[in-house]
Design a protein around this ligand. Structure first.
Ligand code: HEC
Length: 138
């Protein structure tokens, strides 16, 4: 029952999220993730220092951290699918990623919002979510 509700929420949120992005950002949603220039730029600018350019978690800043940044190459949910909503929420900072202790990864949703406003921030988080999807093994 809980699972059913969760997948319904996922579908509804996903639709809203996608709908908004398609209207505002045809370049990201209209094409495949390999053409996701926005996501690629953001990833290189904000994520690669820890997670590595290839997503394996070996970026230059990784050694300075208490918790090593995880690899982003094998993100899947119980069904083996890419958990887009969960990834989006982790990036945005809407869910807790640490089982204990403090979160070491910056809360990107808030950072992007403060930097460029909330609709741009949503598009950034969406572009990054799509970009990470392209890291997953086919
Ligand atoms: C300062 C280093 C650092 C940077 C920069 C960083 N991360 Fe992280 N990331 C982490 C750490 C460490 C974790 C593990 C959770 C924690 O301790 O906060 C993590 C966890 C994650 C997870 C969850 C992985 C899982 O297996 O559940 C995702 C997704 C993620 N990061 C995406 C990103 C994205 C996208 C960016 C760029 C916008 C980014 N990270 C930038 C350090 C970083």
């Amino acid at each position: 029952m809980k699972r059913k509700l969760l997948s319904l929420v996922t579908v509804v949120c996903g639709t809203l999220f996608l709908g908004g992005s398609i209207a505002l950002l045809p370049t990201v949603s209209g094409q495949g993730s390999d053409k996701n220039e926005r996501g690629r730029k953001l990833y290189y600018q904000y994520c690669a220092s820890c997670h590595g350019t290839d997503g394996t978690g070996n970026g230059p800043a990784a050694t300075a951290m208490k918790n090593a940044p995880p690899s982003l190459k094998n993100l899947k949910d119980a069904d083996g699918k890419y958990p887009a909503l969960r990834v989006k929420n982790i990036i945005a900072g809407e869910v807790d990623v640490t089982s204990h202790g403090s979160r070491e990864m910056p809360v990107w949703g808030r950072y992007f919002r403060e930097k460029k406003g909330s609709s741009e921030a949503q598009l950034d988080v969406y572009a990054l979510t799509k970009y990470l999807e392209a890291f997953q093994p086919k």
